[in-house]
Design a protein around this ligand. Structure first.
Ligand SMILES: [Zn+2]
Ligand SMILES: [Zn+2]
Ligand SMILES: [Zn+2]
Length: 182
């Protein structure tokens, strides 16, 4: 191979496509190279856990703010993805309150259909009754989306808690003043 003359096309060792190499020992096309490279890096990190920890530590020490923000961001993405999966499942993918149709995600909660046992259930499973949000969502996913839960807005949820059924579905009869018999 003479200098200055572009090398002959070569078949990529991953996808088999013909490509023009930019250097002698090149084995992969420019589409495949990054994939091979990141797989290699991943494998290297798996095989060298100690060096990896050291490298990570050094990187974090160099850019602590960046890594703090990154961790926060990744946690947020994970939480949102989890919430979307769970909300979608328990609302037939409408992402709305199954009672009134409220669509503001911030108002929506997973409701335990079997009324009254919500707290018992939370205590039994999580050891405390105020477990909600991500703990609950993760549990539902791990259990393979058990039946007996639905997506409700906070209003419908609290109304169900009070009356056993949301006020949207129930007509409340106010107590009548009794007539005093003579
Ligand atoms: Zn390729
Ligand atoms: Zn509602
Ligand atoms: Zn309702």
């Amino acid at each position: 191979m003479t200098k200055g003359v572009p090398p002959n096309p070569r078949a990529c060792q991953r996808c088999g496509q013909s490509y023009r190499p930019t250097s002698g020992p090149q084995k992969y096309c420019s589409d495949c190279y990054p994939i091979i490279r990141s797989a290699y890096n991943k494998e290297w990190k798996r095989r060298h856990p100690d060096q990896r920890r050291l490298i990570d530590k050094r990187a974090i020490a160099n850019k602590p703010e960046y890594y703090r923000a990154l961790r926060k961001y990744c946690y947020y993405i994970w939480r949102e993805r989890l919430r979307k999966t769970v909300f979608g499942h328990y609302s037939n993918n409408t992402f709305k309150c199954v009672c009134c149709g409220e669509s503001e995600q911030d108002f929506l909660v997973i409701d335990h259909i079997d009324n009254g046992s919500g707290n018992e259930h939370r205590r039994a499973v999580f050891g405390r009754i105020n477990a909600g949000g991500k703990t609950m969502h993760r549990w539902l996913v791990k259990q393979g989306f058990p039946q007996g839960f639905q997506l409700l807005c906070a209003n419908c949820n609290s109304s169900r808690g009070k009356h056993g059924e949301c006020i949207h579905k129930k007509t409340l009869t106010a107590p009548q003043k009794p007539i005093r018999s003579p």
